[in-house]
Design a protein around this ligand. Structure first.
Ligand SMILES: [Zn+2]
Length: 87
């Protein structure tokens, strides 16, 4: 899903590698608001905010925010019930 103001979660893959030290776009996560399970790469990404905002493609809740700080990338899991590597 892409438009002028958002792209898919693959667009923030590099920042997530900076934070976690591994490829994260294939990581599956469960939205705590609606229970939808999606790969991080399938989330809706807004990259024009001060940080990268990943929203659930079903209910649009903010699942994850990644912000580049002077000491490293800070990740907030706003509406992530769980995450699990792809099988
Ligand atoms: Zn959701």
């Amino acid at each position: 899903m892409t438009s002028d103001d958002h792209v898919d979660g693959n667009a923030v893959g590099g920042r997530l590698i900076d934070a976690f030290g591994r490829e994260m776009t294939d990581m599956r996560g469960c939205c705590s608001a609606c229970g939808a399970v999606n790969a991080f790469g399938a989330l809706i990404a807004y990259t024009h905010a001060p940080g990268d905002v990943l929203r659930c493609p079903v209910c649009e809740s903010v699942v994850l925010v990644a912000v580049a700080m002077p000491a490293g990338v800070r990740v907030s899991f706003a509406a992530l019930r769980w995450m699990q590597p792809a099988p």
